[in-house]
Each structure stands twice: as C-alpha cells, then as structure tokens.
Design a protein around this ligand. Structure first.
Ligand code: PEP
Ligand code: MN
Length: 365
C-alpha cells in the first residue's frame, strides 16, 4: 500500500497533528464560537461533524446539508481547514463542494466493504487527506481492507484513526483501546500516519489527557479530540467533549516523545537491555516447553485411567493461585489470568490430541 508520509503532506505541521472541534456542528453560533475559542491552541484542522452516525434513532443525527454553508463561511472568515466525516459518496461530494480540508470515514462505515468501496471510488483524484477510523469490532483485516480500498482508488494522503473497539466487558472506557491492534497496523505500514481519537475511546473528558499521552508514548502521529464551546449542552457526546480552554491545557501538559535517538550511548544501553530481554524470553519459552511436556504426561495418565481431561476443581485452583503468585511478584493479576487462559486452552488442546490419537489407534484395530 503506497502512502505519503504525514510530514510530506501536512505543510509545516510537525507531529503531533491536532484535529479538534465539536462532535457535531449544531448551530452557526456554536460552531463559530468554538472555532474562535480554539484560536491559538495549535489545532491544525477544525473538526465538525455534519452527518452523525448514531447508534439509535431519535437522537441528533447531525445538522446535515444545511451546515455545509457554515463550513464555507468559517473557512473564509477564520482561515481554517475543516474536517468532517462522510458515510456515502453523496456526503463526500457535498463536503468537497463546501471546500472541506480533510475527510474521515467513521467506525460504523469501515465495517462495510461495499460502502467503503463506493466512497473510495467517489473520491478518486482528490488531493485532500482521508483518514479511516478503525471498525467498531476489533478486526484488523477489516481496517486494513478499508485502507487498501482507498489506496487502490489512488488516495495517497491516507491515514488511520484509532478510536477504540466495542466490548461486552464493562471497562472504564467507552471503547476499549486494544493498543496492540493499531500497533500491528503501524508495524505493517510504517509510513501510514496513525492518529488517536481519545474522545471516543474515553467517553468522558477526564480520561482524554491520559489516553493522549499514551498515544504519544507509542509514537502516534496525531490526535483528534472533540471540543465544544459549551460541552454540557452538546447535542451529541456531551460527556466526552472538552472546552477549547481545557483542550489548550491538555495539549500544554502533553509530553512529546522522540521516535528514537541516534546517539551511541543511548543505542548501546538499549542493546544491553534488549539482550537481557532476549535471555528472559528464552527462559520463558523453556519454562512453557517444560510445562507442555508435563501436560502431555498428565494427559496420557488421565487417558490410561479413563478420567475426563477437564477437572473443574483443578481449573479453579489454577485460576485462584496463579494471580496470587503473580501479585507476590508484583505482576498484574489480570494480565496473568489472561495469560493462563491461553496456557490452559493450549493444555486442554494438547490433551484432547492425545485422547484422539489413541482413539484412532482403537478404531484401526
Ligand atoms: C465521531 O467521530 O463523532 C464518530 C461518530 O466517531 P466513531 O465513528 O469513531 O464512532
Ligand atoms: Mn462524537
């Protein structure tokens, strides 16, 4: 996939790229006041949702077409570039006519390859940046697929927005970040600009700084943060929007990180620690291999004695003791529980294999 580096298409804009403005454009006054208050905060693109893909009907679904004239007017009056979401070729056509500076595809659109393909084809030949939000579900291929469709349509100023993923589990986030998914995306497409949308990950304004800092720590290229002149009265996403003043405070407290350092002392020290990590990983793998050999032994023994593979009391004991041992070693108990879920799954699979092998032998006799 061919994409241009962010530095080559965002003129004079060093990392991080900042996109901020209201979740939804509601009234001319609200939009213009927010833009005025954002002056001097270092925002590169003003965000303004015109069409709002809401999960449930009956909520504010965006001002629609009638808000487009405010985009034109604001652009001329404040000399700003404006970004909006499009969910159909018609939206794209209207947004381009209004002089939009950046488009993004929302999480609910990325999940649908037909819509993605139609929008991508309708944008052939445009020169403005197009960002693709991750799909609602944690499916990296779907995200990559959408990016590839735009890339195939010749869009070179292409980027990805990480807005978190839907989850059944109750967490402090509105959408769980699952940072490993965007990291995997970035490792496959190193030139692809990746920005974070902490507002939709958080769902609440007090987490925005923490998530934004984490994104910068992970070398993200920018942030899209929802801001509103009066968040408490917002018609959509009221809890997660911040005032332009709070945005300035959040941005001011962020610590930028260098992608890497080239001085020899740093590189040498990094290498020493990496060698130690390699050694620790070898030891982990050897310990897992030892455990799996024991699993094989116990599987054969259970089979000989005609005992079921899964023993509930033992399973409970493992999931009680390992997190306890982990805590004593200063390890995160939830992480270790998750790890043991995989180990246990593999252990059951291995034993099932042993039972099957012997069954086959019996069948052959
Ligand atoms: C939005 O950016 O307002 C939006 C609807 O976000 P998402 O597509 O991430 O849900
Ligand atoms: Mn929103």
């Amino acid at each position: 996939m061919q994409v241009e580096k962010l530095e080559s298409w965002v003129k004079e804009h060093k990392k991080p790229l900042i996109i901020s403005g209201p979740c939804s454009v509601e009234t001319k006054e609200q939009f213009f006041t927010t833009i005025e208050q954002l002056a001097g905060t270092g925002v590169h693109f003003i965000r303004g949702g015109i069409w709002k893909p809401r999960t449930r009907p009956g909520t504010f679904e965006g001002i629609g077409k009638s808000g487009l004239s405010w985009i034109k007017e604001a652009k001329a009056l404040y000399q700003v570039e404006i970004a909006t979401e499009v969910a159909s070729p018609k939206h794209a056509e209207l947004a381009l006519e209004a002089g939009i500076g950046l488009l993004w595809i929302g999480a609910r659109t990325t999940v649908n390859p037909f819509h993605v393909q139609e929008i991508a084809e309708s944008l052939k030949g445009i020169d403005i940046p197009v960002f693709i939000k991750n799909p609602i579900n944690p499916d990296l291929s779907l995200w990559k697929g959408a990016l590839e469709r735009f890339s195939k349509a010749g869009i070179k100023k292409l980027g990805a927005i990480h807005r978190g993923f839907d989850s059944f589990q109750k967490t402090k986030f509105r959408n769980v970040p699952l940072w490993q998914i965007p990291i995997e995306l970035k490792s496959e497409f190193p030139n692809l600009p990746l920005i974070c949308d902490p507002s939709h990950i958080a769902g609440r304004s007090d987490l925005i700084h923490e998530i934004s800092q984490k994104a910068l720590d992970l070398n993200y290229d920018g942030l899209m943060i929802e801001s509103h002149c009066s968040p408490e009265t917002a018609l959509s996403d009221a809890k997660q929007q911040v005032t332009p003043k709070d945005l300035a405070d959040i941005l001011g407290r962020l610590e930028p990180r260098d992608a890497t350092k080239s001085d020899t002392a740093f590189i040498n020290h990094l290498e020493i620690i990496r060698e130690q990590i390699d050694q620790a990983d070898r030891e982990i793998l050897e310990a897992i291999a030892t455990r799996m050999n024991l699993v094989e032994k116990i599987g054969e023994y259970k089979k000989e004695n005609n005992v079921a593979i899964f023993q509930l009391s033992r399973w409970k004991e493992i999931f009680r003791t390992r997190p306890e041992w982990a805590k004593a070693l200063n390890l995160d108990a939830d992480f270790i529980k998750e790890l043991y879920r995989f180990i246990h799954q593999q252990s059951v699979q291995k034993q099932t294999g042993i039972y099957k092998e012997e069954d086959q032998e019996v069948d052959l006799d």
